[in-house]
Design a protein around this ligand. Structure first.
Ligand SMILES: Nc1nc2c(ncn2[C@@H]2O[C@H](COP(=O)(O)OP(=O)(O)OP(=O)(O)O)[C@@H](O)[C@H]2O)c(=O)[nH]1
Length: 910
């Protein structure tokens, strides 16, 4: 049974530990002082008998731990506020950093309650941390307590992290994390110890950029309650971020958005969890120590700083990012246009262009240069360039912070590839039968594009994507999820087309191959032939002195499957596949779709860390909170570790396969990153919109009047493809060339769209249908994507596309004729012809030709058209009317007036 300290009981009742200890001694309890402990039952008795006047309602939650049990109490109702002196006394007694309190300013009761409740939680957790170095994660067991304590936690989240003080500085009062007995807290060296160990940190955060740093939220609160984390919360948090930041291009809109936010103060909050990780990193000397509070402070320009802030500056002096305010400095977010760079340096764009030419870069005013180039140029003009902070950098810093933890072996992620009918499915089925966990699923096997098998040899995750999508789609997004490929080759058939393709894909992706020579039960099986053939591709068997593992299998007879699984594990060991289950999760989307009932759902392969219900995340351009998770067998789960394929609910949109899934600190960060990414996507769309326009195409043409229609063709079979491609190219004329940029069998892929987008091409699919995701991508990239079943229709559309690209031409269409039978002179108007419409119709504002004796004497416009005294829009054949010809008075009786309009006509190809 766990024990409770007297001062904790005292705190519950709002009295000092000493007072209570004295009372208890007087009552004959077996205690010696305020640090003495009593067992749970005694504690309860004391509460009932001696602490009756407490206004506190306790919520208890017992955490079962491997080495005992600890009671967590959190106050769910308002706690009476104690005088400050008493608090300080309590703080001294408990040797802990207690609660935040803003001097003299309107803290609400709820606010105080939250802080106090949290302090108490920390205190108890500390105790548990001290008593039990390693606890099981709070996870499931701690959750009810979290839920009950929600109101306090909410208040905490909303109110306590920071308060703006009168002088405009951002005063942030934080509970410092707690030193373990015997472990020095390095942070105390960094910051002068405050009286009663309250640490008030001032962060005046006028940031370059706009990373609104995360305030701990619900999920963090949950994490704080993890005793394991608390045990790590003691080490130094000094040290500067040594991160190779890969800067993402920043769009002008982002830049302006950031500019808009510039004046805004950012709240630098180091949540406990982050501190925990830093602590661990410092001890292990491995994890990078990135402190967001300091990070924030580091980017401030001017303004007041607290002592900690100044100290932090000394410690953290990023070389690449200069903080000092200077007139000769410009901030660049990854890229900048030449014109903008010149304007910021107050020089002429031509001067910048000349400098660029000196560097061998030919650029126009509107072209963008990267930050490195901008730095070179700016230096020549006596300016320094500082890196603006983007949301992307924020996420990279967070990721870097999470790195360096303790890693363990993780299951390999495997893709099975091979020629059609060589036995891929059969091998997977045979492997599945070995799944020792299969029975647990109760027969419900859900297809989510990947599944996990627990074999006797070890766990394996199979990515079950058709064809080579696992590589092509993923690679186009710079992603790689597969650790190794099982290449299935039928022993009776040998190396075939798709075998070669599979090898190419795997080798291009740098993924090791394990060969399964299947169907060895067949009479004509010839495994040696397979080995010989594959050796030509560099897959030399081990027994021939090479390095490739070959397994001979018969999926049908269930031969060699165990050996195959063992070899998978062997290779996994050689690959040293490691992951840190304690970090925030990150992974890749295997597939995603919109489910009618559940909204956007994605199959995510966790690559590192542990994903939990309630975690906030960013996935591609979307964000979300894990509302529910299912494993590959459709069972609801609460958390998922490395190499687990899971289905996640709670996404704001449908991401693409290969998109990165990364857990972030809180909802705000998730939304900010996703907003920034969406904005970038929208800008790409706009850019794409103008990309395929006729004007741009003309600009790009360097062959005079000759235009080129680029086409990407996809067909179901090679024969059709060839015929179709030939016919399409034969459509070329002198004015337009049709160029087949790329052709291939199979469905339209993401890389086709990207290629089309990059090269102003249209895509024609013949007997292939793009997936919804591909269609979506095409529309985002503004790529014209068409699918046909009949060659003729497709060719016809190409012809039309070509016509659409020609300059529009106009032809004159005669709409009516009239005979002048009289003329009148009207003052201020001029001569009016009294006419009889002989043919068609005469329309006001139409063009008119005056024809005399068969010769056109004038061509102009009809200025007035009247029937009797009224203006008319149109006068048809058989009627009389008065017609005025603009700027022409020399009309004569007997002249013919021919009315015409200009009509745009379809361009002709010859
Ligand atoms: N004799 C024999 N037949 C096998 C073996 N493995 C698979 N087959 C048969 O080969 C045929 C094709 O097997 P699949 O597992 O569907 O092959 P696949 O590579 O998945 O085929 P696709 O999915 O169409 O690409 C089936 O009729 C299987 O029964 C084996 O080890 N021995």
């Amino acid at each position: 049974m766990s024990r409770v300290r007297v001062y904790e009981l005292a705190k519950e009742a709002g009295m000092t530990g000493k007072d209570l200890a004295d009372k208890l001694i007087a009552e004959g309890y077996d205690v010696k002082g305020h640090s003495s402990t009593v067992d749970e039952d005694t504690a309860e008795k004391i509460r009932r008998t001696m602490l009756q006047n407490s206004e506190t309602e306790l919520v208890e939650k017992r955490i079962d731990a491997s080495q005992g049990a600890t009671v967590i109490r959190r106050r769910a109702t308002i706690i009476r506020r104690r005088p400050k002196a008493e608090q300080e006394e309590a703080a001294e007694e408990t040797t802990e950093i207690e609660q935040a309190e803003q001097d003299g300013t309107g803290d609400s009761d709820a606010d105080r309650t939250a802080v106090q409740a949290e302090a108490e939680e920390a205190s108890i957790l500390r105790q548990s941390g001290a008593e039990e170095e390693q606890q099981s994660p709070a996870g499931e067991t701690a959750e009810p307590a979290e839920e009950v304590a929600q109101p306090a936690a909410d208040a905490d989240r909303d109110e306590t992290p920071s308060t703006e003080t009168d002088d405009g500085a951002l005063a942030e009062t934080v509970e410092d994390s707690v030193a373990q007995p015997g472990e020095p807290d390095d942070r105390e060296a960094a910051a002068p110890p405050a009286k009663s160990k309250k640490v008030e940190r001032k962060t005046i955060a006028r940031v370059v950029g706009s990373i609104d740093l995360p305030v701990p939220d619900e999920s963090d609160t949950a994490e704080r309650s993890r005793p394991k984390k608390m045990a790590r919360s003691t080490a130094s948090k000094t040290g500067r971020p040594k991160i190779a930041v890969e800067f993402q291009p920043e769009t002008p809109a982002e830049a302006s958005e950031r500019a808009r936010k510039k004046g805004k103060r950012a709240v630098g909050t180091a949540d406990d969890d982050d501190r925990d990780r830093r602590g661990k990193g410092a001890r292990k000397g491995g994890k990078k120590s990135v402190k967001f509070t300091h990070f924030d402070a580091d980017y401030q320009r001017g303004g007041k700083r607290g002592k900690r802030g100044r100290k932090a500056d000394k410690r953290i002096a990023p070389s690449t990012i200069e903080m000092k305010a200077s007139k000769r400095k410009i901030t660049v977010f990854d890229t900048i246009t030449v014109g903008d760079l010149a304007a910021r340096m107050k020089v002429k764009a031509s001067e910048v262009i000349a400098k660029l030419m000196g560097l061998g870069v030919m650029a126009t005013m509107n072209q963008v240069v990267d930050i490195e180039t901008a730095t070179l140029i700016a230096t020549d003009f006596g300016y320094e360039v500082e890196q603006g902070i983007t949301e992307e950098i924020g996420i990279q810093l967070l990721d870097a912070q999470e790195e360096g933890g303790e890693t363990k072996m993780r299951p390999p992620v495997v893709t099975v590839m091979g020629h059609v009918d060589h036995g891929k499915t059969s091998i997977l089925d045979a492997i599945r039968k070995t799944d020792v966990a299969e029975g647990e699923a109760g027969g419900i096997t859900q297809h989510i594009g990947a599944y996990h098998v627990r074999s006797k040899a070890g766990d394996v995750t199979f990515v079950d994507t058709p064809g080579h999508a696992a590589f092509t789609e993923m690679r186009s997004r710079g992603a790689q999820i597969t650790d190794l490929v099982i290449l299935v080759v039928a022993a009776d058939d040998g190396v075939m087309d798709q075998t070669k393709e599979a090898i190419n894909h795997a080798q291009a992706a740098g993924v090791p191959i394990l060969v399964a020579v299947n169907k060895i039960d067949k009479d004509n099986a010839d495994p040696d032939r397979v080995k010989r053939e594959l050796s030509d591709f560099g897959l030399i068997p081990e027994d021939w002195g090479g390095q490739t593992i070959y397994c001979e299998t018969s999926a049908k007879k269930n031969v060699g499957i165990d050996e195959l699984l063992e070899n998978i594990q062997l290779m996994a060991e050689m690959l040293e596949l490691q992951a840190d289950a304690s970090r925030k999760a990150k992974g890749r989307v295997v597939e995603a779709q919109l489910d009618k009932g559940r909204g956007a759902v994605a199959t995510v392969l966790i690559q590192d860390g542990t994903l939990r219900n309630g975690d906030y995340f960013v996935v591609g351009q979307y964000s979300g909170k894990v509302r529910a998770m299912r494993d590959d067998k459709g069972r609801p789960i609460r958390e998922a570790g490395p190499s687990a394929p899971i289905e996640v609910q709670g996404l704001s949109g449908v991401p693409l396969a290969g998109d990165e899934f990364i857990v972030v600190t809180d909802e705000k960060m998730a939304k900010n990153v996703s907003q920034a990414r969406s904005m970038k996507v929208r800008e790409t769309e706009l850019a794409a919109g103008s990309k395929i326009s006729l004007d741009k195409l003309f600009e790009k043409m360097s062959e005079g009047d000759v235009q080129e229609l680029r086409v990407i063709i996809r067909a179901d079979v090679q024969g059709t493809l060839e015929a179709f491609a030939k016919a399409a190219e034969e459509l070329s004329t002198e004015t337009i060339k049709v160029r087949v940029l790329h052709e291939g069998t199979g469905t339209i892929t993401e890389s086709d769209i990207l290629l089309a987008s990059a090269s102003d091409a249209i895509i024609i699919g013949f007997n292939v249908r793009p997936t919804a995701k591909i269609k979506d991508l095409a529309s985002r990239e503004n790529v014209d994507l068409r699918s046909y079943d009949v060659i003729y229709h497709a060719l016809d559309d190409i012809r039309k596309a070509m016509l659409g690209m020609l300059d529009p031409t106009f032809e004159e269409e005669v709409i009516g004729t009239a005979e002048i039978r009289d003329t009148f002179s009207v003052p201020k108007v001029g001569k009016i012809a009294g006419c009889f419409v002989t043919d068609g119709a005469i329309r006001r504002n139409a063009g008119v030709r005056v024809v005399r004796d068969g010769v056109v004497v004038y061509t102009g416009k009809i200025s007035s058209l009247r029937r009797f005294k009224d203006d008319a829009k149109e006068v048809v054949a058989g009627y009389e009317c008065g017609i005025g010809v603009e700027h022409f008075n020399d009309i004569k009786v007997g002249d013919q007036l021919e009315a015409f309009v200009m009509q745009q006509v379809e361009a002709k190809l010859d």
